[in-house]
Design a protein around this ligand. Structure first.
Ligand code: NAD
Length: 428
């Protein structure tokens, strides 16, 4: 977890409004069945819980937690939990909806959900965070479940937090049920039933999609330059996994600040520094730069891996890269998207690019259900196959519809959902 600084989190327009615009564009384009469109345009369940937790000084503080379940026609609701001051119903609704599209694109039997608590986790001790997490899990009660809704890590939530959620959930089940329920949450520590390869899975998926993009373009990743926003789970793993390709990290930003070095920043060395200090600020083997300089740094690849609405009408014109690989969810708003397209910058859209996390969460879920433990090679090979297949499906759809990559990715997801609804019909 990176250290929080005083840097303000700029929230632009409603994130959910971005999802609606993206959805409408794709639905119009593919002529989605108007009746099914009505269903997919809405979330199914929106849960807001206000719950108390005891602070270290003995006082009680109230917190607001969210869980939005968008759709489960393809399988149980699935999606991460975020701990951040900017978490609100609008953001969670958007993130839940993206999860439905993501699971559909990678062809796994999950629906979409997302949740979180509106708080700054860096203001609380570990024991306070544990009590907050346990009370939140208790407040959600049977709204989550191993065959119903399965949370996972997201911004500022770790494997340790998943372990607390697991323990709380299991402790509130009847004793004879407990051993059957470890798949109520994914992204757990290995010893507590997690999967090998889950920690790096999202970054690994990002790199697999970049490899496919490079192959398509006849572009060599050896010597290619890249910049990264966010050096947490996704940003750091994507960087670490691009290193063996001979690609060079030349600028990186997180919540503590931004740094650059045209000669290259070693992702491993930076990772050790960030783990120790909580952020990239003060890393001596690079010079400090501003946010706008980070965005305008000329590079081959930009990997946004922090928050939503970073590439907008205001900031998109600054970008000077060949491709944006969206490690984060929703880093580009629809205005930013149009500008990137006009500038000829390729986009590997979030719902494809960062789907590696949910794929390996699915593998973790399967291993728990079957009492199996796969080795890393098996996880990586299966993930690679899933991501390459999804990439190819999106690429073929882009060609078929002569459209942009985000719309192509949406069409892949919406076609699958449309088919299932048509086959099953609407009850009663
Ligand atoms: P994380 O908490 O591990 O890291 C977040 C990073 O973003 C940190 O380095 C933080 O300092 C940085 N950041 C936060 N606010 C910033 C700001 N205003 N400016 C610059 N940097 C800022 O979170 P993560 O799990 O790596 O998630 C990052 C993104 O990837 C999110 O959009 C998340 O939804 C998405 N994602 C995560 C996963 C996963 O498996 N963890 C899966 C799919 C998508």
């Amino acid at each position: 977890m990176a250290k929080e600084s005083k840097k303000t989190i700029k929230k632009h327009a409603s994130v959910y409004a971005n999802v609606v615009r993206q959805f409408n564009k794709a639905a119009d384009f593919m002529k989605l069945d108007p009746e099914i469109r009505k269903i997919l345009a809405k979330t199914t369940t929106e849960i807001i819980v206000n719950f108390p937790a005891k602070m270290d000084d003995g006082t009680i503080q109230m917190f607001t937690g969210y869980r939005v379940q968008h759709n489960n026609v393809l399988g149980p609701y699935k999606g991460g939990l975020r701990y951040h001051p900017a978490v609100d119903i609008d953001e969670v609704r958007a993130l839940a909806t993206w999860m439905t599209w993501k699971s559909a694109i990678v062809n796994i039997p999950f629906g979409g959900a997302k949740g979180g608590i509106q708080l700054n986790p860096f203001k609380y001790s570990d024991s306070e965070l544990q009590r907050i997490t346990r009370r939140f899990t208790f407040a959600l009660g049977s709204n989550i479940g191993p065959e119903y809704d399965i949370p996972a890590p997201d911004v500022n939530t770790t494997a340790q937090i998943m372990a607390w959620i697991l323990d709380t959930y299991l402790s509130t089940q009847p004793p004879q049920e407990r051993q059957r329920c470890t798949h109520v949450i994914t992204g757990k520590p290995i010893e507590a039933g997690g999967s090998l390869g889950r920690d790096k899975a999202t970054g690994q998926g990002v790199v697999f999609t970049i490899e496919e993009w490079a192959k398509d373009k006849g572009f060599s990743l050896d010597g290619a330059t890249y910049t990264v926003q966010g050096y947490g789970n996704v940003g750091s793993w994507a960087s670490l996994l691009l290193k063996p390709h001979g690609s060079k990290l030349i600028a990186v930003e997180d919540v503590t600040g931004a740094i650059a070095n045209a000669k290259g920043i070693d992702p491993d060395d930076l990772n050790v520094y960030v783990k120790k200090t909580g952020g990239v600020k003060g890393y001596v083997k690079a010079r400090p730069i501003g946010h706008k300089t980070l965005l305008s740094t000329k590079a081959d690849i930009f990997i946004p891996a922090a928050l939503e609405n970073q590439i907008t009408a205001e900031t998109a014109p600054l970008l000077n890269v060949k491709v944006v690989a969206e490690g984060a969810n929703g880093p580009t708003d629809p205005d930013g998207d149009e500008i990137l397209q006009k500038q000829g910058i390729d986009i590997i859209p979030d719902i494809l690019c960062n789907a590696g996390g949910v794929v390996v969460s699915y593998f973790e879920w399967l291993q728990n259900k079957r009492s199996e433990f796969w080795d890393l090679e098996e996880v990586d090979n299966k993930l690679h196959k899933k991501i390459v297949n999804a990439y190819e499906r999106v690429r073929d759809t882009v060609k078929e519809f002569k459209t942009d990559w985000r719309t192509g990715a949406y069409i892949v997801a919406l076609r699958r959902l449309e088919t299932v609804y048509k086959e099953r019909g609407i009850f009663p």
